[in-house]
Each structure stands twice: as structure tokens, then as C-alpha cells.
Design a protein around this ligand. Structure first.
Ligand code: HEM
Length: 538
């Protein structure tokens, strides 16, 4: 089966009629038995007791009782769309992944999300946004599971439960639903100063995007690309919106939250329905794959660091167009299952310790969220490449497997299905050297620099953007109850910039601390405040 076997909404068109969700002119039970009435329970007389034998009542209520599945543990609120990715073909110099290396079109499904709010929360809160893309390539599914901010709060996935516990609503009252306005969040990010960079991006205009259509997306981690000859490069992925990067003002965001909590999902769906298809270019920053895995002194395995675009320009490799709204929110947007470990030949992972934990977490959480190990068979998750695996049975198995021998080696099946080496399109891991070392629970020394890049970000902002950052820190910290948390955060701000620290301290009515030592001489990035608007015309 190929892409043609899927409708634009991702529904396989070759499902047997019996498995189609709706069809036929008559209302029926789930078993297809036609019904004369669905408004009245079966009773012993019009005023008599309801009879247990009412099979239609029992089936209807039973199914309704189980309509909800657990919401995502993070990124619960989202909106999604179908589209197509057209590669320019120029990435063949760095990757053998056909959907990037050849001038081809690949169907995609993209889900945007907030991180912290529950499924019913408001859209325009100050938060990071998810930007997850599923490419249904001919070589298997590739998922680029990114965010709209190019760095992350933590450097090691083992802290992910901690940062999320600190940032999610308090366990007693489940308040607040917004990201930052509470003590536990600010307690965490001031104690774990590696979070400073992500936090200042959140406090900037990037934390309140105008629209999903006007957000950048970032793969964040450094990935390893492999070309047709086996040569490798390190890369970072970027999505650049054709419409430019636009944000709301804080006052606008608050008003919209009250008047239209669905603002972002409505905006996305309306734009697509009106034919104003949102577009992004996919770009890559390419770095040599050296044993140190650094570029211009920046540790490429540290997900709290960017590589400034003036040091490594983002090179466009393809165009994403979102052109169809989902037909059904639950079937598609809710049941889609992204996973950073969904890779295709030509794209490999690196040893970023944040990425390593993600490679475990997504499949694991989906086992619970989607009820068992067969969620890959849900239409929105199905690959468009032929599948011949040895996975069998399990909850919600819908495939009817033929044959008797799902094991290998196997003397009964004539060798089929065959193994594929790299020449046959097999996914062969890059034979990267693993350094000889002792087992330790510690971070590399290069991960200890927590302030030079936040400082670079701050210095790269325009005056009005800086005023917004000051106002955001002042507002959010103004909601913090514990004085020591405010003071600790001010000490982190002092390491970024004395003016920033002094202004926020003044707003809070507290003294401004001095930095612990001289601030590092940092060159501001001229492009940083303009990201997304300096994209070269193609
Ligand atoms: C969900 C991005 C780090 C665990 C998501 C989603 C995005 C995302 C975009 C929503 C996917 C969707 O729309 O369905 C990121 C980025 C990260 C990061 C960019 C850092 C660079 C982590 C880490 C963990 C984690 C470190 C755990 C160790 C999860 C889980 C979900 C999720 C459990 C829910 C998935 C589901 O229920 O299907 N993440 N994440 N994430 N993320 Fe992450």
C-alpha cells in the first residue's frame, strides 16, 4: 500500500466496508441491527420501570461511559491539520532520507499544542507551544516533535517529571492553569538555572504567539544526518513561517483568553477552510560531525543552547503547506501518536541526554493513553510504507495476520520477509564511537554555562521587546508568594543583565542584587529579534 491508499484526512480508503465508521441510511446498533427508536428506554408500560433487557439502552450508555481517554500528560491541548511537504531536493548533500533528498511530496499531519494546560484550557496563555510533524514517507514514518522555542528547560530527561510537576497546576486545587504564575514553577527554574534560557524566551513575546501560523518550530536537539555514501553531519531543524513571526501583546492575550479561549484552533481551522493555507519552510543548520560534537565552542549535545544563525545559516530544504482540517478531532488530533524515535534511513539521533529519555517516554505514555500496544494501527498513525513486522496480538489488535511463523531466523518461510541492509533501504544505525568512560551520574562541564546565551538573547532584543520581557517577569514574579524565590530569580536575572534585573526588582519593590562576577562579554545576535523575518526569498 502506498500514499494513494489514504484519503486526504488520513483515512485508509481500503478499509473493509464493515470497518467503516458510518454508513447506510438507517440508525443501527453497533452490530448493525436497525433501530426503530433511540429516545425511549424499554419500559414495562409508559410509567413503569425500565427493563434490563433493553440491549440498545445498555449498549448506548456503556459506550458513552467510555468515550474519554486520558489526555496527554503534557501538551494536552492541541489543534492539528493535514498537509503536504515538498522537498527541494538539495538536502541530498547531507542525507539519504528520500523525503528530503529528492524533489518529492510527502503527506504530513501537524499538531500544535500548549504544554501545560489541560485539554479544555485556553489557547493564548503564556507557555511554550508544541509543533509536532508526522511525515508519512515511503520509507516509514518520520516524526519531528519540536517546540516553538529553540531550547529546553532541562539538559537531562531524568528531570522532566520534576519540571513538569513544578509547572503543572498545584495538586491540591489544580490552580493555576497558566504556566508560570506560581511558586513551584519559579522555585524550580531559579534552583535549576539551566532553565534560565528557556524561561527568558517564555517571558519574551515568543511565549504568546499571535497564531500557530506565525510561529517558528525547532527540533531543538542536534540530530545526525547520513548521506548516500554514509558520510555524517550534525544538524538542527528549523521551521520558518512564510507569514513571519508575530506575537500578541500580553493585554491582548488576556482579553482573548476570556472572550475566545479557542482563538488559536479557530484561527488555524478558519485559515485552512478559507484556502489561506499556512506554510513553513523547513531549514537545517549543518555542523561537521566531529568527535567533540561542538560548533564554535557551543556544545551541540546541550539542549539549552542554540547555535546563532549568523554562525550557521539555516538552509531551506523544503516547504510545508497545511491544506486540510481533520475530519474528526478525536480520531485524528487526539489519537495521533508522535515519537522522536520514529526515524527513517538518513536521520539518526545523537547522545543528547534529553533526547535519550524522550526515546523511551513517548511510546511508553502512549501505551496507557491509547490503550495497549497496537496504537500504530489507528488510521492517523498508520505508516504509508508497507508493513511486514512480527508484532502480534495485544489489546485492540485489528489486523488479521496470516501465516504461522512470526519469528526469525525461520526455516519454514523461505527467508521471507527479508532483512534489508543499507542498500535495500534498511535503517542501519551510524557506527558512532562511544567514548571509553566509567559510568557516572553527572553532566559534562560544558553544560554548566547557564547564562551566556540568555544574555545573548536579551542583548539581541529591541527596546520594546525588552520592555515586554521586564513586564512579563514583573507580572509573573508578582504572583509568587515566597520572597526567597523572588530573590533567587533576581540573582539569576543579575547574571543576564543589570538593567533587566534592576527593572524587575524595582517592579517587585525589592533590592537588585549584583552579579556574582563580571558578566561574560557576549556578542548579541543581530538576527535574533528578527528570526523568521530574515528568511531568504526562495
Ligand atoms: C508530548 C515536544 C521533551 C515527554 C510532546 C509534544 C510535543 C513535545 C510537541 C506533543 C505531541 C503531540 O502533539 O501529540 C517536546 C520537546 C522536548 C520535549 C521539543 C524537548 C526538546 C520531553 C521529555 C519528555 C517528554 C524530556 C520525557 C522524558 C512527553 C510526553 C508527551 C509529550 C510523555 C505526551 C505524548 C503523548 O501522549 O502522545 N512533547 N518534548 N517530552 N512529551 Fe515532549
Amino acid at each position: 500500500s502506498g500514499p494513494d491508499s489514504f484519503s486526504p484526512t488520513g483515512q485508509p480508503v481500503d478499509v473493509p466496508p464493515a470497518a467503516r465508521a458510518q454508513g447506510g441510511a438507517y440508525l443501527t446498533t453497533a452490530q448493525g441491527t436497525r433501530l426503530p427508536d433511540s429516545d425511549h428506554s424499554l419500559k414495562a408500560g409508559p410509567r413503569g420501570p425500565v427493563l434490563l433487557q433493553d440491549h440498545h439502552l445498555r449498549e448506548k450508555i456503556m459506550h458513552f461511559d467510555h468515550e474519554r481517554i486520558p489526555e496527554r500528560v503534557v501538551h494536552a491541548r492541541g489543534a492539528a491539520a493535514h498537509g503536504v511537504f515538498r522537498a527541494y531536493g538539495n538536502a541530498s548533500t547531507v542525507t539519504r532520507a528520500a523525503f528530503l533528498a529528492e524533489v518529492v511530496e510527502t503527506p504530513v499531519f501537524v499538531r500544535f499544542s500548549t504544554v501545560l494546560g489541560s485539554r479544555g484550557s485556553a489557547d493564548t496563555v503564556r507557555d511554550t507551544r508544541g509543533f509536532a510533524t508526522k511525515f508519512y514517507t515511503g520509507e516509514g514514518v518520520f516524526d519531528l516533535v519540536g517546540n516553538n522555542i529553540p531550547v529546553f528547560f532541562i539538559q537531562d530527561a531524568i528531570k522532566f517529571p520534576d519540571v513538569i510537576h513544578a509547572a503543572k497546576p498545584h495538586p491540591d486545587r489544580e490552580i493555576p492553569q497558566a504556566q508560570s504564575a506560581h511558586d513551584t514553577f519559579w522555585d524550580f527554574v531559579s534552583l535549576h538555572t539551566e532553565a534560565t534560557h528557556h524561561t527568558i524566551w517564555n517571558m519574551s513575546d515568543r511565549g504568546i504567539p499571535r497564531s500557530y501560523r506565525t510561529m517558528e518550530g525547532f527540533g531543538i536537539h542536534t540530530f545526525r544526518l547520513v548521506d548516500a555514501e554514509g558520510a555524517t553531519s550534525l544538524v538542527k531543524f528549523h521551521w520558518k513561517p512564510k507569514a513571519g513571526v508575530h506575537s500578541l501583546l500580553w493585554e491582548e492575550a488576556q482579553l482573548i483568553n476570556g472572550t475566545d479561549p479557542d482563538f488559536h484552533r479557530r484561527d488555524l481551522a478558519d485559515a485552512i477552510e478559507a484556502g489561506a493555507y499556512p506554510q513553513w519552510e523547513l531549514g537545517i543548520q549543518v555542523f561537521p560531525d566531529t568527535p567533540e560534537q561542538t560548533f564554535e565552542g557551543i556544545d551541540l549535545l546541550d539542549p539549552t543552547k542554540i547555535v546563532p544563525e549568523e554562525l550557521a545559516p539555516v538552509q531551506p530544504v523544503g516547504l510545508l503547506t497545511l491544506n486540510a482540517n481533520p475530519a474528526n478531532y478525536f480520531a485524528e488530533t487526539e489519537q495521533v501518536a508522535f515519537h522522536p524515535g520514529h526515524l527513517v534511513p538518513g536521520i539518526d539521533v545523537t547522545d543528547d541526554p534529553l533526547l535519550a529519555g524522550r526515546l523511551f517516554s513517548y511510546l511508553d505514555t502512549q501505551l496507557t493513553r491509547l490503550g495497549g500496544p497496537n496504537f500504530g494501527q489507528i488510521p492517523i498513525n498508520r505508516t504509508h510504507a508497507p508493513v511486514n513486522d512480527m508484532l502480534r496480538d495485544g489489546l485492540h489488535q485489528t489486523a488479521v495476520h496470516s501465516g504461522v511463523a512470526p519469528y526469525k531466523p525461520n526455516s519454514l518461510d523461505g527467508g521471507c520477509p527479508f532483512f534489508a541492509g543499507a542498500a535495500e533501504g534498511g535503517y542501519v544505525e551510524t557506527p558512532v564511537q562511544v567514548p571509553a568512560a566509567s559510568k557516572v551520574r553527572e553532566a559534562p562541564a560544558s553544560f554548566a554555562d547557564h547564562f551566556s546565551q540568555p544574555r545573548r538573547f536579551w542583548l539581541s532584543l529591541t527596546p520594546i521587546e525588552r520592555e515586554h520581557v521586564i513586564a512579563a517577569y514583573t507580572f509573573e514574579l508578582g504572583k509568587v508568594y515566597e520572597q526567597p524565590i523572588k530573590e533567587r530569580t533576581l540573582r539569576a536575572l543579575a547574571e543576564i543583565d543589570p538593567y533587566l534585573c534592576a527593572q524587575v526588582a524595582q517592579g517587585l519593590g525589592l533590592p537588585a542584587p549584583a552579579p556574582a562576577g563580571p558578566l561574560p562579554p557576549v556578542e548579541p545576535s543581530p538576527a535574533l529579534s528578527q528570526l523568521g523575518q530574515t528568511w531568504p526569498a526562495t
